[in-house]
Design a protein around this ligand. Structure first.
Ligand SMILES: [Zn+2]
Length: 286
């Protein structure tokens, strides 16, 4: 069964017995709203998407886990930024609430983007305050409310919940020998989930032959920060996948790596399900 809020978010509910695991994909939406009014080239704008992450994990409900996907593009408003991550200098009019712009906002890439990429403006002029408020209210907020409610329901039922926040990243190399990285796990330096959960996932991925980094260069942002409370059994982890593993980053087309990667992600999902069930059963027995 699915719950859909039109053009905003879809939640695919578990098939069969539910488990205390929720995956979400906040950046794979491709329904560009008619009132977006961007002026940058569409193919460049699309490179902001985590294209196909929703498809890579579409088996999640078949294993008892819950799966949320944003339907709107992250370049319209970014569900993975705090609602006060705004640079008021970029707005037309008076922003009515306190702001707390991060470095991303000051670089034009905050809650609402003003640059398609460095030096290339998204809009013809500043954005009216009312436009940003509308996007917050009608896109950002429903996504967060559905995520929060879904995590709460699983936490109530099981006493704990394991949230995997799924993304893809542009391919990069690191160090003098130009090492690639397949996955970056982010738990905000051990604060958004039990570090044992992070280590478990890193070990599982490495066991399948992948190169994994932790909290470097991505630590996790608003979606793993906002609902995490490991002491209360609320575990949130960010998972970044190198796009070169499954798609052409220029043409945005899937390539031959997609299905093998999806099979490995299914094995990871099964391992996470078993881990979560084992941990919640042990906690209940104590
Ligand atoms: Zn992302």
């Amino acid at each position: 069964m699915s719950l859909v809020i039109d053009d905003v978010v879809v939640r695919h509910d578990p098939v069969g017995t539910p488990v205390p695991v929720l995956f979400d994909s906040p950046h794979s939406g491709t329904r560009y709203p008619a009132d977006f009014n961007f002026i940058c080239p569409f193919p460049l704008l699309r490179q902001a998407e985590d294209t196909y992450v929703d498809d890579l994990f579409n088996m999640v409900p078949d294993y008892g886990a819950t799966y949320l996907c944003a339907l709107f593009p992250r370049s319209y408003i970014d569900a993975n930024r705090a609602p006060d991550d705004i640079d008021p200098a970029m707005l037309e009019g008076e922003w009515p609430w306190p702001v707390n712009p991060s470095g991303k906002s000051l670089a034009g890439m905050g809650l609402v983007r003003f640059l398609c990429r460095p030096g290339l403006p998204m809009y013809d002029g500043r954005l009216p305050v009312s436009v940003v408020m509308d996007r917050l209210e009608n896109y950002w907020r429903p996504y967060h409310e559905l995520l929060a409610d879904s995590l709460d329901a699983l936490h109530r039922q099981f006493g704990a919940v394991y949230h995997v926040n799924c993304h893809s990243m542009p391919s990069f190399t690191i160090g003098p020998d130009r090492q690639t990285t397949d996955f970056v796990l982010g738990d905000r330096d051990g604060t958004s989930c039990d570090p044992a959960f992070t280590s478990f996932i890193a070990a599982h991925l490495r066991g399948m032959g992948y190169k994994v980094r932790v909290n470097d260069p991505y630590k996790g942002v608003e979606l793993v920060r906002r609902y995490a409370n490991p002491a209360q059994g609320r575990h949130s982890l960010q998972l970044e996948i190198d796009r070169r593993l499954y798609m052409n980053e220029e043409t945005l087309e899937i390539h031959h790596g997609f299905e093998p990667l999806r099979r490995d992600l299914t094995r990871l999902l099964v391992a996470i399900r078993d881990y979560a069930l084992d941990r919640t059963a042990r906690a209940a027995a104590e």
